[in-house]
Each structure stands twice: as structure tokens, then as C-alpha cells.
Design a binder for this molecule. Structure first.
Ligand code: NAP
Length: 500
């Protein structure tokens, strides 16, 4: 792949050089092209509000062309040798790793996260390429004699077929590789619509995949400012066989309804409202570290973010004191500043919503222990904020905050803690800190979630199945389960070979 352009301590000149090197078109049928109506849109730096660059904005006609290319490529791509697909993924892993500083800087520029976190996402996102390159050669079926001995049962795995991916802005690389890598492994062709706020990382990644040898038409990329108008017709097109969406529950619900028309297979990675429980017997140092990680990773703009911090009565005052101390020491600055621990929120609307949730919690009776204001000046920065004694029923306990705000609620018994934790329509992830292993196992069984972190503030791992229950979605990404989302099971009944 093209050589790395920037170093780990990028200068403003590096930023410009990287931006100037990016493709700006749509990627359809193996070629970069302008939008059919010549339309473009601006991508902004949320730490300044200034324009980084301007890129093509797909029209419905471009969407149709992308699905044409994916449908045309499906048959030959589905028949490639697994090893060939594995090696493309492996080369892509190496290319992304080699250009880790470029990818990290680009994510910092378009999304705002600090460079250190962006580097973490590059490693995490790239690992899906390596993991699924290793899984490619392990796709298998089974063979059995029917119980009555009168026939043979062959069960085989086939690629699902052309798939549409719609991804959010908060993890611009990893949310794409979590879908693209298993789809390549399984032999599916794709159309990707990245978030309009952060499309640049997807463009650089697409370039890396093309250079790694991905055949024309296998991946088509249609960034646009008209998400519904461009993807809607594709979801109704009988050539499309799969929709994988990561984003809000609100949009996910609508897409599931749209997908019902042609009974499309769907994977939905939707919103979260994670509880983080701290019990009286917890190691408080570990609990505070875990809460900081679960709350402040990605500036709180994560579906896995601890949205409600539930602390048992006996340690509530001490835990809150320590959390306030740690949050107060958290430096808010542009992500390229080496001191930055939290960058800006992604846009003004996101910051306004965070502030609205804080204000309504305080009006409902919560105590503002730290922060609670937008940082004045350019960019969409918000102060690390801690709320204590948040009354049950507050909006902030029911909606995704998506910002650096930690609401603390106290509880008395384990039973009450579990009840509070489960009192949400979401079910993505929960965290708990306790020294009692039996309690940990009880929680693992009682909490209504797809993922549970026991004495840890992070669960994301490419080798593990990521996903939720309830209104956090359906399907799993990563792990040995991740490839199943892109495989169909076909059963072949075979007559008894002795009955001839
Ligand atoms: P969003 O508003 O739902 O948007 C997600 C994607 O859907 C974007 O690409 C968006 O395009 C597109 N979209 C919006 N309306 C659409 C429509 N009518 N038809 C087709 N596509 C449409 O979510 P977001 O604000 O980008 O991301 C934050 C949400 O994602 C949070 O709720 C978070 O919890 C969730 N999330 C979940 C996971 C998980 O794995 N469970 C991971 C990360 C994030 P535009 O960019 O043009 O709006």
C-alpha cells in the first residue's frame, strides 16, 4: 500500500498532507468516481468547526450503480478459494497496521478522539482483518447419516450474498472492519454507506483494501448526505440479501421495518444504556479505573459507555469522591494535543443534547458534583461531568448520553442493583465490580445483556461476539460467531447410497 505519510507526533503540515492525499470520490466497481449529479459535501473538524475537505455525495442513481457492481461480482467472488480471501484480509491488516499513524490522525481530525485513543481503534479495527483472515479457511459444514439410516444429510455453508452496510461516526474504522472483514471471509460482496460526519477513514480503508487485491465490485462505497434516499431503494431491491446496521435504535427500528418487505437478513448493532455496578466488597481502585474507562473511552461517545453508575450504599460516598477527582484531572483538548484525554463531541447537536440531559437531571433533583457546561470557544467540547443522587425516572438514566457525563445512583441490596440495571429497553452491555465470584456469576446470569464485564471496564475484543439483546439489537460481530452473520446454511438430502 501507499507509504505512511505522517509520524506519531503529527504537525499541521502533516494534517494537510494526509487530507490532500485522500480519495474524494465514490468507489463503485473498482473505480473512484464523482457523484452522478456532481454533488459534494464538506467534512468538518469538530475541534475547530472548520472544513477539512469536500467529497462526493452519492445520489440514488449512484446507490443503484453500487448494488449493480456488487450483484455482478457476487458469483465469481463467492467461488474464490478461501485462502485467496484470507490473504487479501491479511495484506489489508498489514497495510492498515503499517499506516496506523495515518489512520489514527484521520480519525482524530474527522471525529475528534485523542490520538492515543485513535491508535487504539486502529489496532482494534485492524484485528478484525487478521481474525477473519484466520477464520476464512475454517468455514465448514457437516455430514451425517439420517437416524433411520435411509439417507445422508449434507449441511453446507454458502455466502449470504450482496450486503448493505450502514455505519456510525463514533468508531469510523472499527465499525466498518467489523462488518467488511467477515463478509470478505464468507465471500459476500458489499455496499458500504459510512456516516456523513466521518467518511474519510472509510475512503482511506477502501484504498487499502483495493491495494491489498480486493477484486473490483466486491466493496462499493457510497458516502452521502441523503442516507435514507440512497439506501432505501437498495433495501427494497431483491438482489440485496443482507442488511447490517450499526447506529441508533431509532434508525435501526425503521430499517428493520423496511427490511421486512423482502424478509432481508439483518444484523443490528444498536444503542446501549450500560449499567456499571459497584458493590460494597469491590476493589475501589479497580472500580474507579474501570468506571473511567467505561465512561470516558471515546469521550463517552460509545454504545458500550457506562450510562448509569450504580453504587452500593456502603461505598457510594468514597467512590463518588474518587470519581470526581479523576474526572476533574481529565484534560479536555483537541485530539492532536498530546495532553488530550478527551476531545470534542462530534457536532453541536450532540453537545446540545448532552447539556440538555444534564440540565434536566439537575432540575429533577440531581446534584452537580463536577462540570456541567460546554467549554467556551471553538469546537464542541464539554466538561467532564459527574452527577450524584440522580433521581430514578430522570431522562439521563433512560437515554443514551453519548458524552463525558457520569450519573451516579445508589442502591442497597444486590437484588435492587440487578433490578435497576435491567430497568431499560436496552441490553447491550453491563459492568460490575465485586470480589465475590459467586455474585459475579449470579450477575452474569441475571443481567439482561449480550455482554458482561466482570471487574473490567472494557469488553470489546475482536475474538469475542459483540452484540446486544432487547432493543440493543440482534446478531453478533467478532468471534467465531461473527462470520455466521454472512453465511447461509444449505442442507442437501442424499439418497441412501446402498439402495441402488
Ligand atoms: P444514527 O443516527 O442511527 O446513524 C447511523 C448511520 O445510519 C449513519 O450512517 C447514518 O447516516 C445512517 N442513517 C441515518 N438515518 C438513516 C435512514 N433513514 N436510512 C438509512 N441510513 C440512515 O447513529 P449515529 O448517531 O451515527 O451513531 C450513534 C449510535 O450508534 C448510538 O445510538 C450508538 O449506541 C450506536 N452504536 C452502536 C454500536 C453497537 O455495536 N451496538 C456501535 C457504535 C454505535 P448519516 O451519517 O447520514 O446520518
Amino acid at each position: 500500500m501507499s507509504r505512511a505519510l505522517v509520524t506519531s507526533t503529527p504537525t499541521p503540515e502533516d494534517e494537510q498532507r494526509l487530507i490532500d492525499s485522500l480519495p474524494t470520490g465514490l468507489f463503485i466497481g473498482g473505480e473512484w468516481r464523482a457523484a452522478s449529479d456532481g454533488g459534494t459535501f464538506d467534512v468538518l473538524d469538530p475541534s475547530t468547526g472548520l472544513v477539512l475537505t469536500s467529497i462526493a455525495s452519492a445520489t440514488p442513481a449512484d446507490g443503484a450503480a453500487a448494488l449493480d457492481a456488487a450483484a455482478d461480482a457476487q458469483r465469481s467472488w463467492g467461488r474464490t478459494a478461501p485462502r485467496e480471501r484470507a490473504e487479501i484480509l491479511r495484506r489489508a491488516f498489514e497495510a492498515v497496521t503499517e499506516r496506523a499513524d495515518d489512520f489514527a490522525l484521520l480519525m482524530t481530525l474527522e471525529m475528534g478522539k485523542p490520538l492515543a485513543e485513535a491508535r487504539g481503534e486502529v489496532a482494534y479495527g485492524a484485528e478484525f482483518l487478521r481474525w477473519f483472515s484466520e477464520e476464512t479457511a475454517r468455514i465448514a459444514g457437516r455430514f451425517a447419516m439420517a437416524p433411520d439410516g435411509n439417507s445422508r444429510l449434507l449441511v453446507m455453508k454458502r455466502p449470504v450474498g450482496p450486503s448493505l452496510f450502514i455505519t456510525p461516526w463514533n468508531f469510523p474504522l472499527a465499525m466498518a472492519t467489523r462488518k467488511i472483514a467477515p463478509a470478505i471471509a464468507a465471500g459476500c460482496t458489499m455496499v458500504l454507506k459510512p456516516a456523513a460526519l466521518t467518511p474519510l477513514t472509510a475512503l482511506l480503508f477502501t484504498q487499502a483494501l483495493a491495494e491489498a487485491g480486493l477484486p473490483a465490485g466486491v466493496l462499493n462505497v457510497i458516502q452521502t448526505t441523503s442516507a435514507g434516499a440512497v439506501t432505501g431503494p437498495l433495501i427494497q431491491d431483491p438482489r440485496l440479501r443482507k442488511l447490517s446496521f450499526t447506529g441508533s435504535t431509532e434508525v435501526g427500528r425503521r430499517l428493520i421495518a423496511d427490511a421486512a418487505h423482502q424478509v432481508l437478513r439483518v444484523s443490528m448493532e444498536l444503542g446501549g444504556n450500560a449499567p456499571l455496578l459497584v458493590f460494597d466488597d469491590a476493589d475501589l481502585d479497580k472500580a474507579v479505573d474501570g468506571a473511567m474507562l467505561a465512561k470516558m473511552r471515546n469521550g463517552g461517545e460509545a454504545c458500550t459507555a457506562a450510562n448509569r453508575i450504580l453504587v452500593q450504599q456502603g461505598v457510594a460516598a468514597e467512590f463518588s469522591r474518587r470519581l470526581v477527582e479523576r474526572m476533574a484531572a481529565h484534560t479536555v483538548a483537541r485530539g492532536t494535543d498530546p495532553a488530550s484525554k478527551t476531545g470534542p463531541l462530534v457536532d453541536e447537536g450532540t453537545r446540545d443534547k448532552v447539556h440538555e440531559l444534564v440540565t434536566s437531571a439537575v432540575e429533577a433533583g440531581a446534584t452537580l458534583a463536577l462540570g456541567g457546561r460546554a467549554v467556551p470557544g471553538a469546537g464542541y467540547f464539554y466538561e467532564p461531568t459527574v452527577l450524584t443522587d440522580v433521581p430514578g425516572g430522570s431522562r439521563i438514566l433512560n437515554e443514551e448520553i453519548f458524552g463525558p457525563v457520569a450519573p451516579i445512583v445508589t442502591f442497597e441490596t444486590e437484588e435492587q442493583g440487578i433490578r435497576l440495571a435491567n430497568a431499560t429497553e436496552y441490553g447491550l452491555v453491563a459492568y460490575a465490580f465485586t470480589r465475590d465470584l459467586n455474585r459475579g456469576l449470579r450477575l452474569a446470569e441475571e443481567l439482561e445483556v449480550g455482554m458482561f464485564g466482570l471487574n473490567t471496564g472494557i469488553v470489546s475484543n475482536p475474538a469475542a461476539p459483540f452484540g446486544g439483546v432487547k432493543q440493543s439489537g440482534t446478531g453478533r460481530e467478532g468471534g467465531i460467531e461473527g462470520i455466521e452473520e454472512y453465511l447461509e446454511t444449505r442442507y442437501v438430502g442424499i439418497a441412501d447410497p446402498y439402495a441402488v
